[in-house]
Design a protein around this ligand. Structure first.
Ligand code: SF4
Ligand code: ZN
Length: 305
């Protein structure tokens, strides 16, 4: 296989576009997809302070690296969720924290670390044992991201969601025809009274492309999956997508692009009017006078440090 651009030996074939590329042209294309996405969706400018939520995995670290390379004002945020495994101290959260710290050093960028276990005395997914771990963990992560963005005056929070994440979520939402979720599924969520603006610059790139970018650029990331992820619906949806894509390459990107067009035409974008304020943290909430996170926290014995 030869690179479509230079006819040198190709190192990767993007089957969805029938596009074989050499290392140099793959990296060039990757960077330009990120830049186009930022521009097309007016995500942020070079004057904005961007908080990049990093997990230690390939997607978010690729994002942090590429934004820094493009000259944006970025700071990493690592939320240590307190998740360990049989290996004890060398578990999921500590290992991924180390990958984030290594990259911060490599690209000379600031990294903010928040530690859930130290602050609340429990791993994030187990803060409320009556709920699904990923749901509690998701609420906790969103809460901390907003809190940090507000505290340090960031203009926008960027996350490493990729095309595989988006089509997995989209399929779940479509299976339920969940209009509210479908309306909110977009590469940009504007700032809303107390919530910071959120953007996903990697939505047109697949996991495979992020993995290749990390390998080619020498970005060290944590490979293991979170031990709670086995039961996650998103993994199930991703397996279904892998089968669809195998049979019909290009289905993921088509499904997502067509959805964005559909959304523009059919889903109205009126602002949510039903938001109240959390009496503890002041963040907006649809659930009475306490946000979802503080309803969880109020139930456990809080261990302040
Ligand atoms: Fe949290 Fe679930 Fe993701 Fe693990 S898989 S980090 S528990 S949301
Ligand atoms: Zn709150």
């Amino acid at each position: 296989m030869l690179c479509r651009k230079c006819k040198e030996k190709a190192v990767i074939n993007l089957r969805q576009y029938n596009l074989p590329l050499c290392k140099e042209h793959f990296i060039e294309r990757y960077i330009s997809v990120v830049e186009d996405t930022i521009r097309r969706f007016k995500m942020f400018s070079r004057n904005d302070k961007v908080l990049v939520a990093v997990s230690g995995g390939k997607d978010s670290l690729a994002l942090w690296y590429v934004l820094k390379k493009l000259g944006y004002k970025v700071t990493g945020l690592y939320i240590n969720l307190g998740i360990e495994n049989e290996k004890g101290e060398e578990g999921y959260s500590n290992m991924s924290e180390r990958c984030c710290k290594n990259l911060a050093e490599k690209i000379d960028s600031e990294l903010i670390v928040e530690n859930v276990y130290q602050k609340y005395g429990s791993p994030a997914p187990l803060l409320d044992r009556n709920r699904a771990p990923c749901s509690v963990c998701g609420i906790t992560k969103r809460h901390i991201m907003n809190e940090v963005a507000k505290k340090y005056g960031f203009d926008v929070v960027a996350t490493g969601h990729n095309l595989d994440d988006e089509v997995a979520t989209l399929l779940s939402n479509v299976l339920r025809w969940d209009e509210e979720y479908l309306k909110r599924q977009y590469p940009v969520l504007p700032a809303e009274d107390g919530f910071s603006k959120k953007v996903k610059p990697l939505v047109f790139l697949t996991e495979k492309e992020n993995l290749a970018f990390c390998i080619f650029e020498g970005i060290e990331f944590y490979h293991e999956e979170c031990p709670f992820s086995k039961d996650a619906t998103s993994i199930f949806m991703k397996n279904i997508w892998a089968q669809i894509e195998e049979k019909m390459p290009g289905s993921k990107i088509r499904f997502f692009r067509e959805f964005l067009e559909f959304r523009k035409k059919f889903l109205s974008q009126e602002e949510r009017k039903d938001l109240g304020k959390c009496s503890i943290c002041g963040q907006p909430t649809t659930a009475g006078d306490m946000c979802a996170f503080h309803r969880i926290i109020s139930k456990i014995k809080v261990q302040h440090n």
